[in-house]
Ligand binder design. Sequence first.
Ligand code: 2AM
Ligand code: CA
Length: 259
Amino acid sequence: MELLQSIIAVVRKAGEIMLSAEHIEETVEEKSGRANYVTAYDKKVQAFLFDRLAGVFPDAAFIGEEKEENPPVSEGYVFIIDPIDGTTNFMKGYCASCISVGLLKDGQPYMGVVYNPYLDEMFSAEKGRGAFRNESKIHVSDHELKEGIVLFGTAPYNEELSKRSFSLAYEFFERSLDVRRSGSAAIDLCNVACGRAELYFELLLSPWDYAAGALILTEAGGKIMTADGKELTYEKKCGVVAGNEKALQVWTEVASDIR
Ligand code: 2AM
Ligand code: CA
């Protein structure tokens, strides 16, 4: 089986762990900072992915949100994994979380898989080969922002960034049809990639939140950059903005004060 299809098969299987989870709140542990949790299932899904993906691609190194020490991303093949993106939703049974598996080659996105098991939606992309939702090819919309939906994250773990996020959300609410806040960066990026929304921003994310979604988005014809307009990095946390070209143009005009 082709590598991307093998990764998809592993991720689909890992989705069963999320769907069969019970008494999740009893397994919650707090990590450092506000609204930063891990459940026994985050660890279980990560262990399953590490084990099975090492089987399909033994040459790759692993980076994971729930791993203690992570290797550098700049050389060779590196899986960069968020076992459950949208952990707060997962804890609450809100049914808007996903598994995010990116594969970097020499520091750049090579493959990306994002799976929302609640909707059985499998987003995938391989560099230069387009992006898919299940078996269908996807593309960003070409709507103007004023006819579009804006997705955003609120950076609840950082007081100053949350305040800025909410004021920006109001700015973009006035310039669009409406705003939405899902709680999963990876799902948001995929929703922009398949044309359900026009813009997404969050002022601080970790590389495992966006590594897979970034490739899906760009292979779907979208653009992604750091919130201050630079090339995205996979080595450290950064603010992220993504959208179709028209929406990103508005971001550059409106949010120029954070550049
Ligand atoms: P998580 O659910 O895997 O923790 C929600 O605003 C988005 O921010 C989610 O994708 C969430 O990922 C991510 N997130 C949560 N805590 C974070 C932190 N301390 N730093 C960066 N991103 C975080
Ligand atoms: Ca996570």
